[in-house]
Design a protein around this ligand. Structure first.
Ligand code: ATP
Ligand code: MG
Length: 399
């Protein structure tokens, strides 16, 4: 049940309250609970100072003490407990110059981004909702706490968070909030690319991304993001939830002239590798002609990756990326092929480079890599049995 996580965390709130302080559940978990969505992490907000929290609990970790956040470890779970906080002035559109601790819940929720995220809840599930957040949740609308223009001017990340929440929740963005997004979008240029990427990744995976993507275009969001700003984003189409890597691959494949800017996104090497892998699969799919080539494709890239690409056919079609003839390549055919693969990786071959060199009495060189690939292909395509004696015979006849 949705209440379980709160009931499990209730003793923390009780303990803080028994020590004479206030404590509430707050933020995304309360919002998701009121929407009947699955809840992940529970955040707690309190009138107690970080030092006071540390003295109340035996096991704490000061993960963000200067900003008021202490992790309380309770029954092997980590709970973020943050002291009521008010914020000083914002000068750079992304972080307050100073934060200070306060004893008043209202002051704390006043600085939060959206009304749906500013609802505090007690252990008996009663809510303290100063800004009408619950009504906005019922009406499915995203509304800033206080004047939208001001709130976005303080911190431009809130603009992206708002769009990200729309994509995840399928809500509407209230008019004044949307207009302020339009007016302040240029401030997102002050944000670090890492924070933009976090929000964009969540946004792209949201169930409502097909409706949010046109808004991103309308708001000129991409004009302020490295790499993206070099692309004609109106020529890129997103019709369904998509991973950031696949979207980048679509962009690079369709508009390769801008690829050198990818490094500016500061994504991990693993992510970059994935993007390049998707691009090379697109390239191979363009000329995929027979079952032999398909078998190699399944062997080289694996079932999960190909299955994901095929599942994205609507978006890929819309971007005019060819996925091969549906009679040759489809979810069933790749599953079938995967099941029948004789080997699943190079080390499954019943021979290795060393044995080949010894058998042929030759020195190593680039030819060896070629021949190993040829052996691999022949085995995959059932032209050669995966047995050492057979492979040696084959090598002698073919080198
Ligand atoms: P999620 O379900 O993605 O975790 P969340 O609303 O919990 O969504 P968090 O980033 O975990 O988002 O932040 C917790 C709470 O802190 C938010 O609900 C909101 O009240 C507040 N908050 C977070 N970022 C900002 C911000 N940039 N400006 C104002 N308040 C913020
Ligand atoms: Mg959260």
């Amino acid at each position: 049940m949705n209440k379980d996580l709160f009931l499990k965390a209730a003793p923390i709130l009780n303990q803080i309250q028994e020590n004479g302080f206030e404590a509430y559940f707050i933020g995304g978990s309360v919002r998701d609970y009121l929407m009947n969505r699955p809840i992940h992490d529970i955040d707690i907000t309190t009138s107690a100072s970080p030092d006071e929290i540390e003295s109340i609990f035996d096991h704490t970790i000061p993960i963000g003490k200067e900003h008021g956040t202490i992790n309380v470890v309770y029954q092997n779970e980590n709970y973020e407990v943050t002291t009521y906080r008010a914020e000083g002035e914002y000068k750079d559109h992304r972080r307050p110059d100073e934060v200070y601790f306060v004893r008043d819940l209202y002051k704390d929720v006043e600085r939060r981004d959206f009304t749906m995220n500013a609802i505090a809840m007690d252990t008996d599930f009663t809510i303290r909702d100063y800004f009408g957040g619950y009504e906005d949740i019922k009406q499915k609308r995203i509304v800033t706490v206080g004047p939208a223009e001001e709130r976005f001017t303080e911190d431009a990340l809130r603009i992206l968070r708002g769009l990200r929440f729309k994509s995840q929740l399928g809500f509407d963005i209230e008019d004044a909030t949307y207009n302020a997004m339009k007016n302040r979008m240029a401030d997102t240029a002050y944000l670090s690319i890492e924070r933009i990427i976090v929000e964009l990744t969540k946004l792209l995976n949201g169930k409502d991304v097909a409706h949010v993507y046109p808004l991103l275009l309308e708001l000129n969001f991409f004009d302020y993001v490295p790499f993206f700003k070099n692309h004609k984003m109106s020529h890129i189409h997103i019709c369904e939830p998509i991973s950031l890597e696949l979207m980048l691959a679509v962009m690079m494949f369709k508009q390769p002239e801008n690829n050198s800017a990818l490094a500016k996104l500061k994504i991990s090497n693993d992510m970059k590798k994935k993007v390049k892998m998707y691009c090379s699969i697109f390239e191979k799919l363009e000329t995929l002609s027979d079952k032999k080539a398909l078998r190699l494709l399944v062997y080289d890239y694996g079932l999960p990756v190909l299955s994901y690409i095929l599942s994205m056919h609507e978006t890929l079609n819309e971007n005019r990326i060819y996925l091969g003839h549906p009679l040759i390549i489809n979810q069933e055919s790749i599953k079938e092929i995967d099941k029948d693969l004789v080997i699943s990786k190079r080390s499954d071959i019943a021979i290795n480079g060393k044995i080949i060199l010894e058998t042929l009495n030759r020195k190593g060189g680039p030819w060896l890599k070629d021949i190993l690939r040829k052996i691999e292909c022949a085995i995959i395509n059932h032209e050669l049995q995966n047995e050492q004696s057979e492979i040696i015979k084959w090598v002698k006849a073919n080198v």
